[in-house]
Structures are given as C-alpha cells and as structure tokens.
Design a protein around this ligand. Structure first.
Ligand SMILES: [Zn+2]
Length: 129
C-alpha cells in the first residue's frame, strides 16, 4: 500500500516538474547568435545584446508616432519670445495652421505665446514634433 502511495506521490511531483519544464520551454527561446536561453518575448538577446526579433508593427507605429521632426528648444524659445506674436515658432515646428492663426490673432492675443513659452521651457533641449 505504501509503495503504491509513494509511486503516486512520485508521479504527481514528476508531473509538476514536467509541466514547469514545458512552461519554461514555452516562455523561453534560444538566441540564434549565442545560443543562450532568453525570455520568449525578448526582442534583444539578454546575453549578447543582438536583436533576435523584428520589432512588432505596433511598436514601429509608436516609434514613428513618437519621434517626429527634431526641434531645437533654444531656437523655438527665441522665436517664441521675439516673433511669437507672428506665430513664427509655430511655423518653425511645422504647425502652419496654428502659425497662420497666431499671425492673425497676435499670438492668440498674447495668451497663446505665453503658454507656448512656458511649455517650451520644460521641453528637452532637442524635442520632437
Ligand atoms: Zn545572444
């Protein structure tokens, strides 16, 4: 009786180990460059640092959407300060529509220029629009 119980105990535990191994196999994959085990969702190998997966379409959309035209903060600040009432900093950022609006409203009656100037102050030295 006890032998049978031990057998079942052994079988049960082996099943758990087997399932854990199976789960590891499904979670992990092997780097095609260095052969090390890396997480299944890794894009870059955690051992050699090489790219093992092509970036997913959604990531590419986010990347191109997040990184637009690089703009210099100092240039934008100077344009905003001296020529903001003409919307020149908006033209610099490529926002032609807003630029025209600023041009005819004296920079949204000065309020738009003031807000833009403050917002620009908190931007990194190179920002993207
Ligand atoms: Zn590798």
């Amino acid at each position: 009786m006890s032998i049978i119980l031990t057998f079942f105990y052994f079988l049960e535990n082996n099943d758990i180990i087997f399932l854990e191994k199976l789960g590891d196999l499904m979670r992990n994959k092997y780097c095609k460059y260095c052969g090390e085990t890396i997480p299944g969702d890794a894009v870059v190998c955690t051992h050699c640092g090489r790219q093992v997966e092509v970036l997913k379409t959604t990531s590419q959309v986010v990347l191109t959407g997040g990184l637009g035209q690089p703009k210099d903060k100092i240039v934008a600040l100077l344009l905003c300060f001296f020529l903001g009432f003409l919307g020149v900093h908006k033209f610099y950022e490529g926002k032609v529509g807003m630029g025209v609006l600023y041009l005819f409203t004296m920079g949204l009656f000065g309020i738009g220029v003031l807000v833009d100037f403050i917002v620009l102050l908190f931007k990194p030295s190179i920002y993207y629009v």
